[in-house]
Ligand binder design. Structure first.
Ligand code: HSE
Length: 410
């Protein structure tokens, strides 16, 4: 019998609703992989009459915060947004030593440090991966992977809605039309002014500065300009200069302390930020290593954000005394790619076409590069290339193989 963990969810909009759907639909895979079952015991909503994406037991739906808190679930997930009642729910949950998982960047930017202290005092746990970057796992990278690595600076596109609007406008859509589409697709905040005037991105960069430098997010003084009041002219001017407009958030460690800023920046179309389009977020972390760490992905929307919440819910569950999960079978990757194979003279070149054909690999080009034969294949799954490579090796060859993604749009 898998261990059952009770979950209470505050907020059942685009993100909360999607989390419920994931919990319901992934019950078996969660149990197989993680050895736990989640039982949603209580859902706090504003209006109990609305239809929900998944059916809930009538008793599970509550509209007042006290009844919601009374459920005392093992994990409380908050997807309401705004400071209250989210803050009260967070404090009550952490103070009784339970786990609080949130997607709420405004709450973490204002009360994150205080809530973290509360969590430590009560041996509770606070997680907020979904608060920054939607589906991009940037919180975990800073909090865990780079836990003690000095960070020089962080730059990023952190607001999916404004990026979606800017890039739709580059395609000729009006600002109003693009904003309407962003709202319909569930990217924008309840108050979309927070997306457009840079407050949403400023909250997120303050959270990242907290994780990178330990500076309380409330004392991060971010210079802030959004894409308002005239995004149409801003984008037209960027185009006239041969560039693309993006809303960039940055923070850095200087000799004076931590600086932060959110402002529109014009980038070359081919630069990494110029190429960040639609609802994508992109974060680049400079650790002074010559090459920065870059992360990108869907920065907003129900699916990616709920998936980040779910990951926090599952991760915390794994920290409790564990029960082994059922191993999940692995499957081979059948995706076809073009491959580049470099072959030394260990195998006579005239034998190669037959070896390829026997492995089911079709050659697109074969060129004599002096001491090597350079082959490019048609699209084929790795399994066949693997077979071909092993045959070449058994005949004394030393092939070097690379996957080709030259058509890749990124
Ligand atoms: N409104 C936010 C955005 C949602 O567009 O980035 C994700 O935090």
């Amino acid at each position: 019998v898998p261990r059952t963990i009770s979950v209470a969810l505050a907020g059942c909009g685009v993100v909360g609703g999607e989390l419920l759907r994931l919990l319901r639909e992934n019950t078996n895979s969660i149990e197989a992989k993680h050895g736990v079952r989640f039982d949603v015991t209580s859902v706090l909503v504003r209006c109990s009459e609305r239809t929900r994406p998944v059916e809930l037991a009538p008793g599970a739906i509550v509209t007042d915060v006290d009844s919601f808190l009374g459920a005392e679930a093992d994990v409380v997930v908050e997807a309401l947004g705004g400071i209250e009642p989210a803050g009260s729910i967070a404090r009550a949950t952490l103070a009784r030593g339970a786990r609080f998982v949130t997607a709420n960047k405004a709450l973490i930017a204002v009360h994150g440090a205080e809530l973290q202290r509360l969590a430590l005092r009560h041996a509770a746990r606070l997680d907020f991966e979904a608060a920054v970057g939607g589906g991009v796992p940037i919180v975990r990278v800073l909090r865990e992977s780079l836990a003690d690595t000095p960070v020089r600076g962080i730059r990023g596109i952190l607001n999916g809605t404004s990026n979606f609007i800017l890039t739709r406008m580059e395609m000729g859509l009006s600002f109003d039309g693009a904003l309407r589409e962003a709202r319909e697709r569930g990217f924008a905040e309840a108050d979309p002014a927070r997306d457009l005037d840079g407050r949403d991105a400023a909250d997120k960069i303050a959270i990242l500065a907290w994780l990178a430098y330990g500076i309380d997010p409330t004392v991060v003084r971010a210079r802030r300009r959004g894409i308002l009041p005239d995004p149409e002219h801003l984008t037209a001017d960027a185009g006239a200069l041969g560039g693309r407009l993006r809303l960039l958030a940055e923070c850095a460690q200087t000799s004076d302390g931590v600086t932060a800023c959110v402002e529109p920046v014009i980038f070359l179309p081919n630069s990494e930020f110029g190429r960040t389009v639609g609802v994508q977020n992109r974060v680049v972390i400079d650790c002074g290593w010559g090459e920065p760490i870059g992360l990108s992905g869907p920065g907003a929307g129900g699916g990616p954000t709920a998936s980040a919440l779910l990951a926090d819910v599952i991760r915390g569950a794994r920290q409790l005394p564990d029960r082994a999960g059922t191993p999940v079978a692995s499957a081979s990757d059948e995706t076809p790619h073009r491959w580049s194979i470099s072959l030394d003279q260990g195998v006579p070149a005239n034998l190669v076409p037959a070896i390829a054909a026997r492995a089911g690999v079709v050659l697109e080009a074969a060129r004599d590069r002096g001491s090597r034969l350079h082959i490019v294949t048609r699209r084929v799954a790795w399994r066949r290339i693997d077979l071909m490579v092993r045959t070449l090796k058994s005949r004394g060859g030393r092939p070097g193989v690379a996957r080709l993604e030259l058509e890749d749009s990124c």
